[in-house]
Design a protein around this ligand. Sequence first.
Ligand SMILES: [Zn+2]
Length: 340
Amino acid sequence: MIKTVFSQCALSLVNSWAGSSLLKTLESRDSCDNILRVITYHRVDLPSDNPHLYPGVHSVTPDQFATQLDQLQACAQIVSLDDVLDALEGRRRLPAKSVLITFDDAYQNFEAAWKHLKSRDLPVVLFVPTSFPDHPERKFWWDRVHWAIQSTPQTQITLDGQPLLLSDRKHKADAARLIAAKVKELPHRDAMPWIDTLCENLQEDARPNEVLTWQRLRELSAEGVTMGAHTHTHPLMNQVDLEEAREEAVRSRDELQSRLGTEIRSFCYPAGGVSDEVAAMLKDVGYTAAFTTKRGVNNLDNCDPMRLDRINVGGRTSTNVLRMQFLSYARDLKPARQPA
Ligand SMILES: [Zn+2]
């Protein structure tokens, strides 16, 4: 309770005019080079336009994204994946206040973000789970569960023998959170059939996925978007056996390379699922860098390139909170909701 109150007070301070002044002072002293901040976005859209998509992976609206870019350009140095890979391999050092912008899952509304990035000539990395483009029938499990719960005519389901009420928004949100937590604990081979059954019981109103097509991904790649691998079927890599994880890592990279004609050297762990064995395997199959969902700032002089931390932007992440998390010596604020 005390921690929550303290956290709320700290956030109010950070978001105030005084907080902005304090941030400027702190930023002016945070001048170390080779420190990398990686921002994670998922969806840039208006949630009201997409009630069928899980709100937990909504990042910002297009207008908020443009404002964040303006402010990032004023206080940070936005670098490319090539800059980061060169620094990891010792060919150069990153400038002070370096920031890499990443997007997970290749939702179609990446287009709204790309419009602003392209007009500013800013680099970005898009992590693509390769089984989803051109397969609108393959939905992300978190979007399926969200919409099945929102649209079901049922007012209650049973989870692990316990009744879960679905009678109003709050109960539905609580149920979605419990289900997501359960999915992440199950082996992938059990989790997906379990979701099929759950959604069937909820009388799922199936919608097509909202993932970019291969044609559009090719065009975006040609326009300057850097692509990275995000597995083939989007399992948690620590919830499949090692051979299956290897297949996901290699297949997604090979498919991106053959379809886009570019070299793929980076990987992003779905939902941050990683183990020592998986990280070692990624290095073994030839990846140069891999990104987690663990919140933090990376010192490229002593980090593990197969476990690079990121900072997730969620609905509660103001630009000042983001800037505070960039500071290499002050990053203990309440995190945004964990992404899928
Ligand atoms: Zn993902």
